[in-house]
Ligand binder design. Structure first.
Ligand SMILES: [Zn+2]
Length: 399
């Protein structure tokens, strides 16, 4: 056992169903959770509705004999007003079950609405753990992307007052996650890559951070191994069902890992980029990791040793932790380069003169402190300025 890991525990129930075509069983699964006679509320977003999948899932749910109300209005990432509008629907419909269908944004929205709708306050009142969340209507989460792991975590991210915030509590964990790789096959390549990189960042940060445990390490290492294996395949063959299944598992395992150990500096940077420049979560955290991985590795190489081994980088015989960690860093840069993540273009939207102060303030804001403090390498004030320099340097290309 690494000598920097103290005691740890595990006390929760996770229920999931995995497999191609599993979504067809949703009616049966819903009937096993919702009380007889209570309606079901299906929450999704406009993008998913446009593919016809919302209608398909609603039909599968109606086979349970329950009435189904559908709402698929969300566009982009959720704000507190979106949550409050959906929570009002939970109050008026009194559903026996909320079915969350979509990417991380739709899942977070549904998770929050199912809990907030059981109380009187608006979503913003629960931000950053300001007060305990109300008990939740049971949620069945059906992800259509492989990225955030929201189908399994106790966290939900939303914006309020121009800041990217989060809520946390056991109330937010879905009662059941249904992972059907067929639902992710039609996802466009840029979104596939962006979501997949987010999952990889989760695995890397949860396996190496200050709050890691042997369990977060186990989930994180396996998630990273699956991600490095399957994401490059999807970058060239987006309809490969086996690779889609591999990434869906990677995202779920990485979700379990961050649920135990949190994330790190790449996520603090990602949330700051979301707050200041509206950069979407996947590219934002991938850019964040690209800016901070070399610095992390240089200061805490031992923490990356197992990760490098899990990727088969240990063949360099008696390589030192530092060599292994550097090999891991090269592997990451190779992946973001070859997968066509477009990170340099994202970096180009940044302007040091305009954005440095706001990004610095966002990195130091209370909502980002848990991520900064959980980072693999301890971070102090001056480190954040150096980090911003490296972030702006990425405009010139990946190192
Ligand atoms: Zn993330």
């Amino acid at each position: 056992m690494p000598n920097d890991i103290a005691g740890f525990g595990l006390d929760y129930k996770v229920r999931l169903e995995f497999g191609p075509g599993r979504v067809a069983a949703l009616g049966e699964l819903a009937a096993g959770i919702a009380a007889p006679g209570r309606p079901l509320l299906l929450i999704s977003d406009r993008g998913v509705a446009g593919t016809g999948l919302v209608d398909e899932v609603a039909a599968a749910l109606r086979a349970s004999g329950h009435a189904v109300t559908t709402v698929a209005e969300l566009a982009g990432e959720p704000h507190d007003v979106d949550v409050d509008r959906h929570a009002a629907l939970v109050r008026s419909e009194r559903p026996g079950l909320v079915v969350a269908l979509g990417g991380g944004s739709a899942l977070d929205l549904a998770k929050l609405a199912a809990s907030v709708g059981n109380g009187r306050a608006g979503a913003a009142a629960y931000a950053l753990g300001a007060r305990p969340l109300p008990s939740s209507v049971p949620v069945v989460a059906v992800p259509t992307t492989a990225g955030t792991g929201a189908e399994i975590t106790r966290t939900a991210v939303f914006s309020a007052g121009g800041r990217k915030l989060w809520a946390w509590g056991p109330e937010l964990r879905p009662a059941l996650a249904v992972l059907d790789p067929e639902l992710t096959v039609g996802l466009p390549k840029p979104l596939t890559v962006a979501c997949g990189l987010d999952a990889l960042v989760h695995g890397i940060e949860a396996a190496t951070g200050q709050r890691r445990t042997p369990l977060s390490e186990a989930y994180g290492l396996r998630a990273v191994g699956l991600g490095f294996e399957h994401l490059p395949v999807l970058a060239h063959r987006p309809k490969d069902l086996a690779a889609r299944g591999g990434m869906l598992l990677a995202a779920c395992l990485a979700g379990l890992a961050i649920d135990l150990a949190g994330t790190g500096l790449a996520h603090a940077v990602g949330h700051a980029l979301g707050t200041v420049r509206g950069v979407a979560h996947g590219p934002a955290v991938a850019l964040g990791l690209t800016a901070c991985l070399g610095w992390n590795v240089a200061g805490a190489p031992d923490r990356y040793r197992e990760l490098a081994r899990a990727l088969g980088l240990a063949e360099a015989a008696d390589a030192s932790s530092y060599d292994l960690a550097r090999a891991l860093e090269r592997r990451w840069r190779g992946l973001v380069g070859s997968a066509g993540a477009g990170l340099v273009q994202v970096a180009h939207t940044l302007d040091p003169d305009r954005d440095r102060r706001a990004l610095g303030a966002a990195l130091r804001a209370p909502e980002n402190q848990p991520m900064v403090q959980a980072n693999a390498r301890p971070v102090d004030e001056t480190d954040l300025d150096g980090l911003l320099d490296r972030l702006f340097d990425l405009r010139a290309g990946l190192p």
